[in-house]
Design a protein around this ligand. Structure first.
Ligand code: IPE
Ligand code: IPE
Ligand code: MG
Length: 250
């Protein structure tokens, strides 16, 4: 594994890595266990990926933990996921501090149980001056919901004469997204074999490299991340230009 890590070019790691952590339920089912057993084991993969991202010098890591659509799951699963969130935050605070990691969230936090809101507020406050890695957890997050909010907020400013229609551009939209303080996503990983976006960061992934792996989330470890980043480093990101232009750095 150290060998794998050594092949990664430190100056070419994605600045912003986003992950759709999928497959906990199927992982548990394969073991004849309840779905929540998969979620519990998924927490270990979260820890591994945070550590490995820090080691590689990735500056922004955004994890999709709960979508706006996930509220439609069975009540007991939702409830257990929320208490898992609270207990994990309590457990991980120390390690976030030790590793200089700043916690942020995107999504409708008001929809979460009060206990989760309180814990998140506390951990965010305590880690706000950390600088090595910005860890953002998407909770009750939906990209369409985010875009609706952007439109509402920009419209309000136009109506109140704080902003002219002609001034609206991509920058203004960026600044109104939940992710206003984060750069665009460079690399998006989805585990579990599904090849879809499921309402995650639609605006922000416009030019992200996409990576799909069959590995189920609880099996996704440091080694899997290193392999994914190695593949990322072999991609040519052209942003609409030609290969020749990219080679000549034009
Ligand atoms: C991802 O695993 C975790 C959440 C969406 C909360 P799933 O729970 O979606 O697992 P599968 O896709 O059913 O296997
Ligand atoms: C996407 O996974 C959301 C998260 C990983 C939190 P889902 O399991 O909810 O996605 P679909 O329903 O299979 O598209
Ligand atoms: Mg799923």
């Amino acid at each position: 594994m150290e060998n794998l890590k050594a092949q990664i070019l430190k100056n070419k790691v994605p600045t912003h890595l986003a992950i759709i952590m999928d497959g906990n339920g199927r992982w548990a089912k394969q073991k004849n266990e309840p779905r929540i057993f998969g979620h519990k084991n998924g927490v270990n993969s979260v820890r591994e990926v945070i550590e490995a991202s820090g080691d590689l010098g990735i500056k922004y890591l955004t994890l999709y933990a709960f979508s706006t659509e996930n509220w439609n799951r069975p009540k007991l699963e939702v409830k257990t996921l929320m208490s898992l969130l609270v207990s994990s935050l309590k457990k991980e605070l120390k390690s976030l501090q030790e590793n200089n990691i700043k916690l942020g969230t995107i999504g409708n936090l008001n929809d979460l149980p009060k206990s989760a809101q309180k814990e998140l507020k506390e951990v965010k406050e305590k880690t706000k001056n950390n600088t090595a890695l910005t860890l953002t957890i998407a909770l009750s997050y939906g990209a369409r919901d985010e875009i609706v909010n952007v439109i509402k907020n920009i419209s309000k400013k136009v109506v109140n004469n704080q902003l002219a229609i002609e001034e609206i551009n991509e920058n203004i939209i960026n600044n109104h997204l939940y992710t206003f303080s984060l750069p665009d996503v460079d690399f998006l990983i989805r585990t579990s074999g599904e090849q879809r976006i499921s309402n995650f960061l639609l605006w922000q992934i416009a030019y992200a490299e996409l990576y799909f792996t069959n590995t189920l989330w609880p099996d996704f470890k440091k080694e899997n991340l290193y392999n994914a980043v190695l593949e990322y480093q072999n991609r040519e990101r052209r942003f609409g230009k030609t290969s020749e232009q990219i080679e000549k750095n034009q």
